[in-house]
Design a protein around this ligand. Structure first.
Ligand code: BGC
Length: 490
């Protein structure tokens, strides 16, 4: 290592607060398996992945990585990775199989999460719990169209949220209502490539309207997030002394031509369409960004005065999931009716031919730590709320078998090194960041990409019944870099 690199490392030593939380994030549908065991009801993803042609490798999430059965081993492995916390999601249809406000509770589902929470706490790990990571109960989709019907959906979601606070809130102090409401609606209702698989594109989906439903579903998510947060704050917070927030997706947008004012404006517009769509109502102006209203007119729902008051300030923190950066070029033609990006083009290289970063094993994802540093400052300067990093990570090319070369995952280590260093530098510059959850603990079922995209710091042999786990070296890199170098010690 050069002496400059050594000085740099020394400057960052101990910059993260002592109570900084770090660990791994997962989602129920991607890891649990046991898709119809012990009374669990179906979710829209269970239905979707059993529909031919929807998942790239034709796989289903029936077994996933079997964390439902193997949670004790998983907690022990995570502990050996030195983490302080674990972020996971609850499967709504495991807890209330049919999902509705008047439907019965599945005590065996509750028992599973009690066991997991207790196992974490016994091992000194702090649970961060997401109520909703995309797996709407299938029954609610069939009864009234799920989130398209805000009026009917609201009491069902609130009953589920309240039940979770009642049953788990004595031990869970960090709640996240929704994971990436934007990706849920963009992939599920605009592109139609995720459950529930609706869009305007009839070659892909039988039903849907990308130009309206996308924004209606987002509106339902924002307002019901706020109502759930209000219930927590009014009825539970004082006694349970926890916090509640939402996790938003958002990659960074850089202008394609940094000297072209139109590209500079387009990059900012792209950030607003992607991030401020959700974040402005919750943390900022209290309403959707003006550029969205201008482009979308009344296809973008409006908040009532009551909703506005509820939504603004409804999140105790900014939960951030981010992976990459794109170059953004303005478009001269009027926006297409199905545009959700702010009438821009997303590119892999800029006008100088510079790449946005080295390619991973996932088409949209490239390593771009500098953009991450800018994103942290953009969010902090716009909203000024503490940031919890709730997801960040990468796949790597060629990870098909647990060979020595694959387990020595230098591509992933370089990714984490760059991003975590940016995070530490942002903290040094005064950005309030309180956690880092890497995505993800083990290779898992990557939604419509099936088992082909491996994001884990643990390789999983999906061919074996026991889903054998093999630690990759990145797990130990993070243990040493975050756990021992960056976090302030006593
Ligand atoms: C989601 C995860 C997903 C990851 C990688 C995030 O958008 O929250 O569930 O696996 O990205 O694609």
């Amino acid at each position: 290592m050069s002496s400059a690199a050594r000085d740099f490392l020394a400057k960052l030593k101990g910059v993260l607060r002592k109570d900084f939380h770090w660990g791994y994030a997962t989602a129920a549908s991607q890891v649990e398996g046991a898709w119809d065991s012990d009374g669990k009801g179906l979710s829209i993803w269970d239905k979707f992945c059993h529909t031919p042609g929807k998942v790239k490798d034709g796989s289903t999430n029936e077994d996933a990585v079997r964390s439902y059965d193997l949670y004790k081993e998983d907690v022990a492995l995570m502990k050996s990775y030195g983490v302080t916390a674990y972020r996971f999601s609850l499967s709504w249809s495991r807890i209330i199989p049919l999902g509705g406000a008047d439907d019965s509770v599945n005590e065996r589902g509750i028992q599973y999460y009690n066991n997991l929470i207790d196992e974490l706490i016994t091992n000194g790990l702090t649970p961060f719990v997401t109520l909703f990571h995309w797996d709407t109960p299938q029954e609610l989709e069939e009864r009234y169209g799920g989130m398209l019907n805000q009026e009917k959906y609201t009491p069902d979601f609130l009953r589920y949220a309240r039940l979770c606070f009642e049953r788990f809130g004595d031990r869970v102090k960090h709640w996240i209502t929704y994971n990436e409401p934007g990706v849920y609606t963009l992939a599920g209702y605009a592109a139609g490539v995720h459950a529930p698989g609706r869009s305007s594109f009839r070659d892909r989906n039988e039903e849907g309207d990308s130009s309206t439903e996308t924004f209606i579903v987002a509106h339902t998510e924002i307002v019901t997030h706020a109502r759930a947060a209000k219930i927590y704050r009014d009825e539970f917070k004082t006694k349970q002394r926890g916090e509640i927030g939402i996790t938003l997706h958002g990659n960074y947008s850089e202008p394609w031509d940094a000297d072209d004012p139109e590209d500079i404006t387009a990059a900012e517009r792209a950030r607003q369409f992607e991030i401020a769509w959700f974040a402005d109502p919750i943390y900022g102006s209290g309403d959707y960004p003006t550029c969205m209203r201008e482009q979308l007119g009344n296809r973008l729902p409006s908040f009532t005065d009551e909703e506005k008051m509820l939504v603004k300030g409804s999140s105790d923190f900014y939960g951030m999931n981010t992976y990459t950066t794109f170059f953004v070029k303005h478009r001269s033609e009027p926006a297409d009716i199905n545009d959700h990006l702010g009438n821009i083009e997303k590119l892999d290289t800029n006008n100088k031919g510079e790449s946005r970063g080295p390619e991973s094993g996932t088409y949209w994802l490239r390593t771009a730590p500098k953009g991450f540093g800018k994103l942290l400052r953009w969010v902090w300067n716009r909203y000024h709320v503490p940031i919890y990093m709730t997801e960040n990570g990468t796949t790597a090319k060629g990870e098909t078998a647990p060979t020595d070369e694959v387990l020595n995952d230098t591509f992933r280590i370089d990714f984490f090194h760059g991003y975590v260093r940016e995070l530490a530098q942002a903290v040094q510059d005064g950005v309030d960041i309180r956690s880092y959850f890497a995505w993800t603990f083990t290779d898992n079922w990557e939604w419509a990409a099936g088992f082909s995209d491996r994001f884990g710091v643990t390789f999983v042999d999906f061919e074996t019944r026991e889903k054998k786990r093999y630690p990759k070296r990145s797990a130990y890199f993070l243990r040493d870099y975050i756990g021992q170098h960056l976090i302030a010690q006593d």
